[in-house]
Design a binder for this molecule. Structure first.
Ligand SMILES: Cc1cc2nc3c(=O)[nH]c(=O)nc-3n(C[C@H](O)[C@H](O)[C@H](O)COP(=O)(O)O)c2cc1C
Length: 246
């Protein structure tokens, strides 16, 4: 039983990484963790050379990575939320999976799970990754979203910057309530004179948010990992029954 985890987060030891690793561990399977920012996987160039071969002609690390993905019983893909979308690393990787779709739908039935970490829009990322993998024929066994550390906590001028992520996703600016203030109430006090994109005013109570401190999130990672294991065992049993004709 082999499971591979692929992270689109470029941050070292990130929350995305932690959740992918927790799911991998809970599968109890032989596993491998790959960080896309440490290898080279560029975007699809729409050359359509893969249509009849299901092989991408671009000469980069997707060549070996795609073989690992094909060989795995399940894959866990995770991304941080950047501009309301998956990171460019994850977007490029998923675009390249296009080569495995044509005519044969080579990933049909492969078990997958998604992880999305963000401040406000992580659910949109989870939905997009799930839809993209489903379009490639994969079965989504679980989808985990979590709140991470806003970069504005660690960048330096976050307490006084006008354009912080909580201001960008404020009800005042977007007309929608992304619940950022509520989600970060233990980490962040948005002060009364804060005015999105006009006057930044906040106080940091805690400057890092780790998913490892959130028992519910970690328990969900464990549940998804266990579920993946059960799904692999069940599909292996079915395949075994077919083999022996019983
Ligand atoms: C370039 C960039 C753009 C970002 N845009 C958003 C965004 O649109 N929505 C959001 O919820 N978070 C946004 N963030 C914040 C990250 O999603 C957040 O820091 C997350 O915790 C990163 O996860 P990681 O630490 O697992 O990599 C952005 C961060 C960066 C670096």
């Amino acid at each position: 039983m082999k499971v591979i985890g692929i992270s689109g987060s470029p941050t070292k030891e990130s929350n995305t990484d932690a959740l992918i690793k927790a799911i991998l561990e809970a599968t109890g399977a032989e596993s491998e963790f790959i960080k896309l920012s440490e290898i080279k996987v560029g975007p699809c160039i729409a050359c359509m050379k893969c249509v009849y071969t299901n092989e991408c002609i671009i000469n980069d690390d997707f060549k070996w990575l795609s073989r690992k993905v094909m060989d795995a019983d399940a894959i866990i893909v995770g991304s941080p939320t950047y501009y309301g979308a998956a990171s460019a690393f994850m977007k490029a990787f998923i675009e390249r999976l296009y080569s495995k779709r044509h005519i044969k739908l080579l990933m049909r039935g492969k078990i997958a799970a998604t992880v999305a970490v963000g401040v406000a829009a992580e659910k949109m990322v989870a939905e997009w990754m799930g839809n993209a993998l489903r379009a490639g024929g994969m079965e989504i066994a679980g989808s985990l979203t979590a709140k991470g550390t806003p970069c504005c906590f660690v960048c330096g001028p976050g307490e006084t910057c006008n354009y912080t992520v909580w201001n960008a996703y404020s009800k005042e600016l977007t007309g929608m309530d992304f619940g950022v203030g509520e989600a970060y109430k233990e980490h962040l006090e948005i002060l009364p004179d804060n005015k999105p994109y006009a006057h930044g005013s906040a106080r940091f109570l805690k400057s890092y948010r780790s998913v490892k401190d959130e028992p519910q999130v970690m328990a969900e990672a464990k549940r998804i990992g266990t579920l993946i294991r059960e799904r692999i065992e069940s599909s292996n049993r079915k395949a075994g029954n077919l083999d022996c004709g019983c």
